[in-house]
Design a protein around this ligand. Structure first.
Ligand code: CA
Length: 355
């Protein structure tokens, strides 16, 4: 028959089974605040895609409630909402918080920096994730890549830019670090709310503006007013971010953490491929509707001046802050390693096959 020892062992096994079953049943509802407005194409699809994957993979143990900016009223306050625990997660762009957490800016994109495949390689294999965690950790946050817009366009210009002089005094909307660089070369940088951009460009309050790329520019209608669409230099790989409150993360069992991690990574990659798809469709649409729209690249003297201004500002930032110096150095070193490969692979291929 059973001895005392065997009975004890059976009881323990039963307890473990019950606790595993209870554990497996427990659901977690994650509240996520996004910077974007309701039904925002591409940007707003990324967190929903992530949520749908995580819910399915966890067999419903993870559930999500996503609030757009019309609900939480703080499109550029996601950093605060998540770190103070008013939301468990956020979907936003690091460089919006330049004022509060200046070193987060480098995790979105850097002018003249890496393109998306290079930057993803830096994040996942070149130490980028670790540096990003180090920057967010003091705020009780975890941060993960949340999707890429792909290389952003340099903007819509009503007049052709033939020389550096053409930029002097030009009234242009271009926010963030790129705006500072533009100011350095003499552009009169103004920040105008998105809803007023079209009318400002039409009325001449603005001579030029930068938004994202064809996919998101198409509905803004800028191609109806400005003929010159320039390739970019300022946001070669704009990555948005998922922010997760560390306390929420720590409450999740390990398998749900992994499901969340994988869902965020997959949703980020999906947004990047979706951007490429939607940009290509929108660009052909623009060309069809408005044949006068002309693609341009900035002349070398403009690019040289913008690059010099970028390097000056980055050197100043590195001088002022040790963490900034580490991030900038890590990115520059990675670029030196990865770009020669890009040059002999993708660049050489594209140049060889031309069109
Ligand atoms: Ca932009």
């Amino acid at each position: 028959m059973f001895n005392r020892k065997m009975l004890m062992a059976m009881c323990m096994a039963l307890l473990t089974l019950v606790s595993t079953a209870l554990h497996a049943e427990k659901t977690y509802t994650i509240q996520l605040a996004e910077t974007w407005g309701p039904n925002s194409p591409i940007l707003g699809e990324a967190p929903r895609n992530m949520a749908a994957m995580a819910e399915k993979m966890s067999n419903g143990r993870l559930k999500f409630r996503i609030d757009s900016s019309n609900k939480h009223k703080a499109p550029f306050g996601i950093f605060d909402l998540v770190r103070h625990g008013r939301y468990d997660m956020g979907h936003t762009a690091s460089y919006y918080y330049k004022g509060q957490i200046p070193n987060a800016m480098y995790f979105t994109t850097v002018p003249f920096g890496m393109i998306a495949p290079e930057q993803y390689a830096w994040f996942y294999h070149g130490g980028g994730m670790e540096l990003m965690q180090e920057v967010y950790e003091p705020y009780g946050l975890l941060s993960f890549p949340g999707g890429n817009t792909a290389n952003q366009m340099g903007g819509w210009f009503r007049k052709e830019i033939k020389s550096l002089d053409d930029l002097k005094g030009l009234k242009m909307r271009t926010p963030g670090f790129a705006g500072e660089v533009m100011s350095e070369v003499g552009v009169a940088v103004t920040n105008i709310p998105p809803g007023e951009l079209y009318s400002s460009l039409e009325r001449g309050t603005l001579d030029a503006l930068e938004w994202v790329g064809p996919a998101l520019d198409l509905n803004m209608g800028f191609h109806q007013i400005a003929d010159y669409y320039y390739s970019g230099w300022q946001e070669p790989a704009a990555e948005v971010q998922f922010l997760v409150n560390k306390k929420t993360w720590d409450k999740l069992p390990e398998d749900l953490q992994e499901i969340l991690r994988v869902s965020m990574k997959a949703a980020a990659f999906d947004m990047y491929t979706q951007s490429t798809h939607a940009n290509s469709k929108a660009w052909s649409q623009m060309k069809e509707d408005y044949p006068d729209v002309t693609h341009k690249v900035f002349p070398p003297e403009v690019i040289d001046a913008l690059r010099a201004a970028t390097e000056k500002l980055l050197a100043e930032a590195a001088e002022e802050d040790e963490m900034a110096a580490r991030i900038i150095e890590s990115q520059q070193q990675y670029l030196e390693q990865v770009r020669p490969w890009t040059n002999i692979s993708d660049r050489a291929y594209l140049e060889t096959v031309a069109e």
